[in-house]
Ligand binder design. Sequence first.
Ligand code: PLP
Length: 403
Amino acid sequence: MLKINSNYQKLPGSYLFSEIARRVQIFSQEHPDADIIRLGIGDVTLPLPEAVILAMHAAVEEMGHKETFRGYGPELGYDFLRQAILDHDYKARGVELSLDEIIVSDGAKSDCGNIGDIFDVDNVVAVCDPVYPVYVDTNAMAGRAGDYDGEKWTRLVYMPCREENGFLPQLPEPDADLIYLCYPNNPMGTVASRKELQKWVDYANAKGSVILFDSAYEAFITDPDIPHSIFEIPGAKTCAIEFRSFSKTAGFTGTRCGYTVVPKELVRQNVSLNQMWARRQSTKFNGTAYVIQRGAEAVYTAAGQAQVKANIAYYLENAATIRSGLAGAGLTVYGGENAPYIWCKTPAGLDSWSFFDQLLQKAHVVTTPGAGFGPNGEGYIRRTAFGDKVATAQAVARIAAVL
Ligand code: PLP
């Protein structure tokens, strides 16, 4: 008899954003005139940079002529894009890589989710708490997470990130084979210093673990001492895989392009993980669209870089508005300086969902309750800086008035 993958039955459902949507819908039905400002979901609001649009238009034109038309491309990415990534994102930061260590995809969510294919189901997985839910759910689907007990998965090792330790995770206890790290962090907006990352690299090399490093938000780093890539840390090439995305860097959330770096030095059980990932991708994925890869390439031109930096500065200004506005209203805030997320403590006596409800009902502002990202997110809400500038300032003023 056919059997489905019963691990899917164990998933609690995407509670967080559906519950937010449900509460917002009820409120707007009851208050049809309320002008609701949504600063919950982490999606960008500025359009694609002009350089990207021009490059994509030119690529579309090429697709319309027999001489320049392109069919299936190289599954792992066109060399023109891999070279631009290699030069600008790595060589410029002193990291030497080769083209075949950069594997282009349709975004970091797919890669973070699919990377588990190359690892055994018995591996022990460590995640931060709070955490970007994709790491958890994809391991649960693969059968690597055990059972859900209503709050946590029984086979995952959770690394609590709390105020008292600067929201930084401690080394996993017990030891873990696969360790997900995300810097700059979603949802907490924190970053990791060189020293902090060295701790993880040394641990992973000593134990034979692999760090799955998600740096989807690296473009938001403003502090020159904070590394943008795990590969800036000595020893990382023998223990880490890095995920990158054009989504937040260049407004590609709806356009879809990202890449994963798997160094050739990364070998486990005498097998190259680079070759395994390349095999996995070329078997299950037929490559990112040519037009999109031309758009991504344009991000690295002088014009593209200037436009992207202006967009990031716009979002970081929003982050500063949120930080100072909420702090001025008496709230304790973290993050938002090297990241587009602000992690805000709820006022005394209010849990995440109660504060969410208060802000929705009294300020008409939608946030994200921290508890939705894991038990240690309780007592916090996440605010994103990706909104419109005027709406962001308005939302902050409304929250301050309510408090
Ligand atoms: N990684 C993190 C930490 C994210 O927050 C997100 C998107 O919100 C992603 C990855 C997904 O990025 P992409 O749009 O490239 O799939």
